[in-house]
Design a protein around this ligand. Structure first.
Ligand SMILES: [Zn+2]
Length: 312
């Protein structure tokens, strides 16, 4: 491995004691021996800095299949449902907004109820977001003053698993929230049926994912300065389990990921598949009830200032 890499402490408890957990090609996944968090270490520097997403990631986020899927009405339906349940109006910041599809849906479905702003480490998807009428701010979220603006809600949809320092992002979100503001977090669930069955063969065990959260590690990461409003799990994609089981852990290209997303989204929109969707919905509810669905979703409310190690 000749490229520059970064040694990490545990992203949840800051310990440097860890044991090997999984290996997959160049990827090294370890388990914190103090808190049990599973994370990649070391990681390529380009992954930790966001440089990867600004360069190589662009062909994925702006690929026609990915854009079509992201902008399909069903793409964020679970996230939108949950978001509306807790936040009916106000200023919303979407961190890692990519091409802006979540904020676009908020604006289109509930016009005039939200003031939206998106941000992302990758520039080209932000150009696309702007072309769809989504306001954006560019650059590293940790360095953004945001013009002194504060928000009623900050969202991280499938973002924290990509970050070398997820705690600092939550601290920055805390600073950007109004008193009592809400933070929404969605990450892949390490305890999902898919992850349990497939282990390191799962396609979401790959170099872009630096953190592998379970309910305990995610809530521990977030507990400073926030109270937990709800934690639940959602989403289920049996096609991924089937493909990865058969594939035995082979690398899945970004093009393939985009194509599968597009196909899955298309299935969800076909009326004649209603009976299948009904069974699928039942399976998702069952898995969610036992904490086995694909993603964890956490809703947090800002309480006191975050405790920093040096302030104790
Ligand atoms: Zn730890």
């Amino acid at each position: 491995m000749s490229e520059a890499s970064l040694q990490r402490a545990c992203p949840v408890c800051d310990s440097r004691r860890a044991a090997p957990h999984w290996r997959k090609a160049e990827l090294r996944i370890v388990r914190c021996t103090d808190c049990g968090m599973i994370y990649a270490n070391p990681v390529p520097t380009r992954m930790a800095t966001g440089e990867f997403y600004d360069a190589a990631g662009t062909d994925y986020y702006l690929a026609p299949a990915k854009l079509e899927s992201d902008y399909a009405a069903v793409r964020f339906e679970r996230e939108l449902w949950l978001f509306r349940k807790f936040c009916a109006r106000g200023a919303v910041l979407d961190v890692g907004c990519s091409s802006g599809a979540f904020l676009y849906q908020l604006q289109q479905r509930w016009p005039g109820q939200y003031e939206t702003l998106g941000t992302d480490a990758s520039g080209p998807p932000l150009d696309y977001a702007e072309s769809r009428g989504v306001a954006v701010v560019r650059g590293n979220f940790l360095a953004q003053p945001l013009g002194g603006r504060t928000f009623h809600a900050v969202t991280f949809w499938a973002v924290l698993e990509h970050l070398a320092e997820p705690k600092r992002f939550l601290e920055q979100a805390h600073a950007a929230l109004k008193s009592g503001g809400l933070c929404f977090v969605l990450v892949p669930n390490l305890h999902s049926l898919a992850a349990r069955l497939l282990g390191a063969r799962y396609r979401y065990v790959y170099e872009q994912h630096l953190n592998y959260f379970c309910p305990q590690s995610l809530t521990r990461l977030a507990e400073s300065g926030f109270e937990i409003v709800t934690i639940r799990c959602s989403h289920f994609n049996p096609v991924v389990i089937w493909q990865d089981w058969r594939g035995g852990g082979r690398a899945v290209s970004n093009v393939e990921r985009g194509e599968l997303l597009k196909r899955t989204t298309a299935y969800k929109q076909k009326a004649w598949l209603k009976p299948v969707k009904w069974v699928y919905g039942l399976a998702e509810k069952f898995l969610a009830a036992f904490g086995l669905a694909d993603n964890l979703v956490l809703v947090l409310r800002k309480t006191e200032p975050p405790r920093r190690k040096d302030s104790i």
